[in-house]
Write a protein that binds this ligand. Structure first.
Ligand code: ZN
Length: 353
């Protein structure tokens, strides 16, 4: 296993990772807190802690660590797994790197711990990019450097809550201004070093969201904007819509997937917002300038449903692979955005991006 020059973070011993490794390292893993995640508005709750039965098919932290190690070991050197530091409870914050292209693409999942299938989706994508000999996988590896974060919030994931498990119960997707949490500081640092041009953030919504004006089950929402377009550079807003268009086209005709767009939000302290705007940094660090990251959007897939986990994971992986390929072959940058412009809004069901 070679250590790439760009890997400047500590390299954690994967063989010792997971709870056994944490115990061996003298760290303790706190029990999941009993406090329920407060309800989100609008649109009702995401998966709640009492829905334990449905979580059994979803990889927990230790399984994610094992899977990352397996993918790395089977990748013939194409995938490298590193840690950016430790979570609030002392879990290693793992990410994987695949590809050696000039364009860095940041693919992030599970910043909200109770939003489940996104983790499986990015692990599937990582495995594909790491081991497939297909022309698409090869092109993506040649043209992009893909940073894959399968579980941004491992503590919240283990506890099945949206936020951190620290007493502040910080929403990690509102923490790129104050940087209260170690996860925020660690991932920001990595982001500022790698300067990704493109970013994709995977979320879930409620279990029965609808498309506005209809009773159609809305299984996939696209979030092209997290801040008002007037605050973006013109090219950033164009590229967000182009990423959205490619995503929507990849899902056209796929199952009973009624597509919608997320409401027009303007959330300054969200991670994607700060990637696009720059201007903030943890204490002692230098903020990034606006424009380093040229395009950043998010997906929301319908919440967990019985026996549909594979389908829900595909609702993430199909459009994600399409955007990766379009970024690699350049078609992303010449796309229009007619489908995005024609898209209805989602009516309800958001967990709150
Ligand atoms: Zn979310």
């Amino acid at each position: 296993m070679s250590v790439r020059p760009r890997s400047r973070r500590l390299r954690a011993g994967l063989a010792l990772a997971g709870s056994a490794g944490l115990v061996a390292a003298g760290l303790t893993v706190a029990a999941a807190p009993a406090t329920a995640d407060p309800a989100h508005t609008p649109g009702g709750p995401c998966l709640q802690p009492e829905q334990e039965v449905k979580r059994s098919s979803v990889a927990n932290y230790d399984e994610v660590v094992r899977k990352l190690s397996q993918i790395e070991n089977n990748s013939q050197g194409r995938v490298q797994v590193d840690s950016v530091g430790l979570s609030g409870e002392g879990r290693e914050l793992f990410y994987a790197t695949v590809g050696e292209g000039d364009t860095t693409f940041w693919l992030q999942a599970r910043i909200h711990g109770n939003e489940l299938q996104s983790t499986q989706a990015v692990l599937d994508i990582l495995q594909n990019l790491g081991s497939s000999g297909s022309p698409d996988a090869q092109l993506i590896r040649d043209e992009l450097t893909v940073i894959v974060i399968p579980m941004y919030n491992p503590d919240g994931s283990e506890a099945n809550i949206r936020q951190s498990t620290t007493p502040t119960r910080t929403d990690l997707n509102r923490d790129w201004e104050n940087f209260v949490q170690p996860e925020s500081r660690a991932y920001w640092k990595l982001f500022s070093e790698l300067e990704p041009e493109l970013a994709l953030d995977l979320h879930h919504m409620g279990t029965a969201p609808r498309v506005a004006g209809t009773d159609d089950l809305n299984q996939f929402q696209i979030g092209a904007r997290t801040v008002a377009p007037s605050r973006l550079l013109p090219g950033q807003w164009d590229l967000a819509r182009q990423m959205s268009e490619v995503s929507l086209n990849a899902l056209e005709g796929y199952g009973q997937t009624h597509l919608a767009r997320y409401s027009d939000i303007d959330i300054t302290n969200a991670v994607l917002s700060r990637m696009l705007l720059g201007g903030t940094a943890p204490a002692g660090e230098t903020p990034m300038e606006q424009g380093v990251t040229k395009g950043a959007i998010f997906y929301e897939v319908r919440g967990v449903g019985q026996k549909s986990n594979g389908y829900l994971a595909n609702l993430f992986s199909r459009p994600t692979m399409a955007v990766l390929k379009a970024a690699a072959d350049g078609s992303l940058y010449t796309s229009g955005w007619d489908s995005y412009d024609a898209l209805p809004y989602g009516r309800s069901g958001s967990c709150g991006f």
